[in-house]
Design a binder for this molecule. Structure first.
Ligand SMILES: N[C@@H](CCC(=O)N[C@@H](CS)C(=O)NCC(=O)O)C(=O)O
Length: 218
């Protein structure tokens, strides 16, 4: 099986959830990061370096033995099944994982929406609403769901799943300081979420991936 993940040259959760799930389980894949001329071409036409057009003209796109499909959740689930980080035969457990991935999408959408205004004052206000109202509400939902799992620090069951990887990286973005108006200590009140992040950062394969790919822990 030949797997290629197409995404931009950034460690964003939409791609990292899949990259990490494959890497952790030693499944070889081509981590194709679109940049330079390939980026310009993709932005203009939606054409991937393999000549195919991305279904929604967005990334990530996964190619498996020459066939492609898109959407973060679909890709993460497909690869999660290959890597053992998503159940193949437990519909309830799958749904518990899916709801977390969908929540990541909702949070991502709120963040993007709050950064769109060209007027700096309006954007500042949007970001203030995001950090004081929206994010605390969503973090608390996630904290509660994580807290309901008494089997581990993860969201579902005893072991790491793609849900944990998605939230870990999403939270990495939200606390990175790269988002104007979003303070790096925004996760301070959420003990379970902090513990989850710590656990994943301590995973030897995650650590190995970070050092090998980015030369540092991010
Ligand atoms: N619903 C899509 C959203 C993907 C998405 O928004 N991708 C962004 C990058 S993070 C993108 O390709 N933007 C380029 C564009 O829309 O032109 C998913 O879940 O994968």
């Amino acid at each position: 099986m030949k797997i290629t993940l197409y995404y931009f040259k950034i460690p964003f959760w939409r791609a990292e959830v899949t990259r990490l799930s494959l890497y952790i389980s030693d499944i070889p894949f081509n981590d194709h990061r679109i940049e330079g001329d390939e980026y310009d071409e993709f932005k203009k036409t939606g054409k991937l370096p393999n000549g195919k057009i991305a279904p929604f003209k967005q990334l990530p796109v996964l190619e498996v033995d020459g066939k492609i499909f898109a959407q973060t959740g679909a890709i993460a689930r497909y690869c999660g099944k290959l890597s053992g980080l998503y159940p193949k035969d437990d519909d309830y457990k799958s749904a518990l994982i899916d709801q977390i991935i969908e929540a990541a999408q909702d949070i991502n959408f709120l963040v993007t929406l709050s950064g769109r205004d060209k007027d700096p004052e309006k954007k500042k206000l949007e970001r203030e609403i995001l950090t004081t109202r929206h994010l605390p509400k969503w973090f608390q939902y996630l904290e509660n769901l994580n807290n309901q799992n008494d089997q581990s620090v993860f969201f579902v069951g005893k072991y790491l799943t793609i849900a944990d990887l998605a939230i870990w990286r999403l939270l990495g973005w939200l606390t990175s300081g790269l988002l104007d108006g979003v303070p790096m200590n925004i996760l301070e009140p959420y003990e379970r979420l902090k513990k989850l992040r710590e656990e994943i950062y301590n995973h030897p394969k995650v650590n190995e991936w970070m050092m090998k790919t980015y030369g540092k822990i991010i």
